[in-house]
Each structure stands twice: as C-alpha cells, then as structure tokens.
Design a protein around this ligand. Structure first.
Ligand code: 5AD
Ligand code: FES
Length: 388
C-alpha cells in the first residue's frame, strides 16, 4: 500500500519510472506535431489555434473535429489542451474521494441503472458512520475532497444531510465537501452550504430541451435542472455540470449547445464520460458512446474554458483499458477514485461493466498511481480548488 503523507513524496514516487523519452512518445508536444503535420493537417491545426484563442467553436468545426481520423491534428488538439491545463494547474492531478451514499432514487432517467423502475436492483443506503469511515480512509490516502453522491433518495432529508455535512466539516476542516445528490429546493442547497458543503455536481445531461425530454421521463423538467444549477452558483458553490457523450438522441447540434452552455455558464467543474448502455433501462440496446469522441470533447472543453476542473471519468476507464490515462492526456486533471466499501460498490450500478467494482481503495490508489506515471503528471495531496 502506498500511503502518501505529503505532496512531495507522491511526486518523487511517480517521477521514478517513466523516462522522459517514454513520456514524450506518449504525449508529443504541440510543436513537434505541427512540424510533422501534412498541409491538410496544418489547416485543421490553424483552426484549433483559433478555437483556443477565441475560446469558441462553430458547428461546422465541431463536426469536422469529431469526424477526423486519428491524425496529427487530433494529436495536436490533445497536446494543446495539455498545454492549457498545465499553464493553469501545472502537472498536478487532483483526487476526489467518491462515496456513493445511497442507491435509492425517486427518478426514472431512461439511461440510468439505478432508476426507480429497475426492480432487479438490490438497494442500499450507507449509515453516517460508514460514510465517515470512508472519508477517513480517503484522508489517509491524501484525498482532500470528498464527493457524496447518491440517487435522489427521499430518506436523505435536509436535517440528515445537514448533520452529515456538518460532521464531515468539523472532522476534516482542511477538506472540500462536494455534494452530488441531484435536484433539491433552493433552501436545501442553502442549508447544506451553510453547514459546510463547498461544491455541487449536477450534470445538466444535455442543454437541448427536446433532447432532455428524450433522456428523461415527462415528470422531469429541463427548466428545473437549469434553475438548480443557477441557484447553486448564486449561493456560492463551486458548481459542476456535464453530460454523457453518445447518449441516445445526441447530435452535433445538441453537443454544440452543451459547449455553448459551458462557455456561458462557466462552471468550475465539468464531468463528461461516454454513455454506457445499461441493462434494465429503456436504452439497454442503444450503442455505447465513443471513447475517441469523449477524448476530443475533453480537449475542446479544456480549450474553451482553460481553468475548468475536468475529471477523467470512471466511465471512460470502463470502456477502454487506458481510458483514464488517455483522458488525462487529453486535458483532464481530476480523478475520482471510489471510497465506497466493496460490499456496496457492485450495487451502485449507474451503468454496466463499471470498473473497480471488486477493488478496495488501497488497490485503486496503487493502481491509479502506477497508471498516472505514464502520463508524466502527478497525483497531489490538495483540495484542488478552482483557480481563476
Ligand atoms: N452511462 C454513462 N453515464 C451515466 N450516467 C448515468 N447513467 C449513465 C450511463 N448509462 C451519468 C449521468 C449522471 C452521472 C452520475 O452518471 O450523467 O449524471
Ligand atoms: Fe480501481 Fe484500477 S483504479 S482497480
């Protein structure tokens, strides 16, 4: 078990194995790619430079970027995104310890494995004591942010969640508390913030209203989702939005709306990962989202909003054996290892074939440390607040 006690120790450990030339092979510089590009690739490279300097993208260029074969221009897109993240956050990768506190959910989203209509799923709800024990474990591994995530579980009324947040706040005063508990009334968000929560993740899922209604049952409202994000921001949370890549009904037009929403809303965090077709959901037979498209969108988001905190998600790692490494090399700078006890992990089946189901945090911590060596970046012991 690699128990790290300070930033430097982790950095030293990671520096040892991948040599500089190995790293360069994996992640060529923008300059080298430009030098090796064909005339056609150079045209695209020029457009990528314009995208980065104007921090904007058109529908036609988005379509072009997503349709390209994996050529030097695509590698340049990733290299440029790496440069952008390194200018703001250096070579740091921030860890967020994820605690999946409940798999009960009152919603019935068409893509999600823990939708209430999935009667085959055995549900669980962690006790506050278990949740605290997970945070303590994570703290030992250098995590300074805890993400409490769950379905929209009516048991977690404000009084209970406020008590939990206050307890974590007093026990771990140097840590950020992130909530990811879905749509709640404004007063609820305010009380949780006052109790010590700092950040809130609520993916918008799609910025196109009719696409939203294709992904969700009628009882769910696009307006309310957007309203919640606005409230969270007004209250003072660092806010994360996001969407699945390749969700059924998604088009270049809806993706452009997502990117424009990110440009204007300017969230502190954006979570994206490929859609994974999941049994016992209406979209069980739909095709999975593309890893390659996810990587390109990670880079585009990094260039449109260079300061954003961008996780290389577990869904990416679930669809590609090196998905999380590739996400980091495409401009992501956050990892979210799972702190939930192994006995609960297999039950939080938002999507099928999720990785790390049988692995405890000591295994995942070591695994991620080794994996990140190949990226030339290093996991640090910091809260990893938004800069800018
Ligand atoms: N595939 C990929 N991501 C999913 N999510 C939910 N279901 C799936 C799925 N089948 C994502 C949603 C949600 C987040 C917690 O997980 O975007 O906001
Ligand atoms: Fe969990 Fe690799 S990160 S097994």
């Amino acid at each position: 078990m690699a128990y790290i006690s300070d930033d430097n120790a982790a950095g030293q450990k990671l520096k040892k194995s991948a040599t500089q030339s190995e790293k360069t092979l994996l992640a060529p510089t923008a300059e080298r790619l430009r030098a090796e590009a064909s005339a056609e690739e150079l045209q695209t490279i020029h457009m990528i430079d314009v995208l980065a300097s104007e921090q904007n993208i058109s529908l036609s260029f988005l379509q072009q970027l997503l349709a390209l074969p994996k050529n030097n221009a695509v590698k340049y897109l990733h290299a440029k995104a790496r440069k952008a993240v390194e200018q703001v956050y250096g070579d740091k990768i921030f860890l967020r310890g994820l605690v999946e506190i409940t798999s009960f959910c009152r919603n019935n989203c068409n893509y999600c494995g823990i939708r209430r209509g999935n009667r085959t799923l055995e549900r669980y709800r962690m006790t506050p004591e278990t949740i605290m024990a997970c945070c303590k474990d994570g703290y030992g591994y250098g995590m300074r942010t805890f993400v409490l995530q769950g379905g929209e579980d009516p048991w977690w009324i404000d009084d209970r969640l406020v008590d939990l947040v206050a307890a974590i706040r007093s026990r771990f005063p140097d840590c950020a508390i992130t909530l990811s508990m879905g749509e709640r009334p404004r007063e609820s968000y305010q009380r949780l913030y006052d109790a010590g929560a700092n950040r809130y993740l609520l993916r918008h899922e799609t910025a196109d209203e009719s696409h939203y209604h294709y992904l969700h049952p009628n009882e769910m409202s696009f307006q309310n989702r957007m309203q919640c994000l606005q409230w969270l921001k007004e209250i003072g949370y660092q806010v994360g939005c996001g969407f699945m890549v390749g969700s059924p009904g998604q088009t270049a037009e809806t993706l452009l709306k997502d990117l424009q929403f990110i440009r204007t809303f300017r969230p502190q965090m954006v979570g994206i990962g490929p859609f994974v077709a999941t049994q016992h959901t209406p979209f069980a037979d739909s095709p999975n989202g593309s890893v390659e498209t996810t990587l390109r969108l990670l880079s585009v988001i990094r260039l449109l909003h260079p300061h954003v905190l961008l996780p290389s998600t577990t869904a990416l790692g679930s669809l590609h054996p090196l998905g999380r490494e590739l996400g980091i090399l495409a401009g992501a700078n956050v990892l979210m290892p799972n702190l939930s006890p192994v006995e609960n992990r297999g039950l939080y089946n938002i999507y099928d074939n999720k990785i790390c189901i049988g692995d405890s945090i000591d295994h995942c911590y070591d695994c991620l440390s080794v994996r990140m060596e190949s990226t030339g970046r290093r996991i640090v012991v910091e809260r990893g607040d938004f800069l800018g």
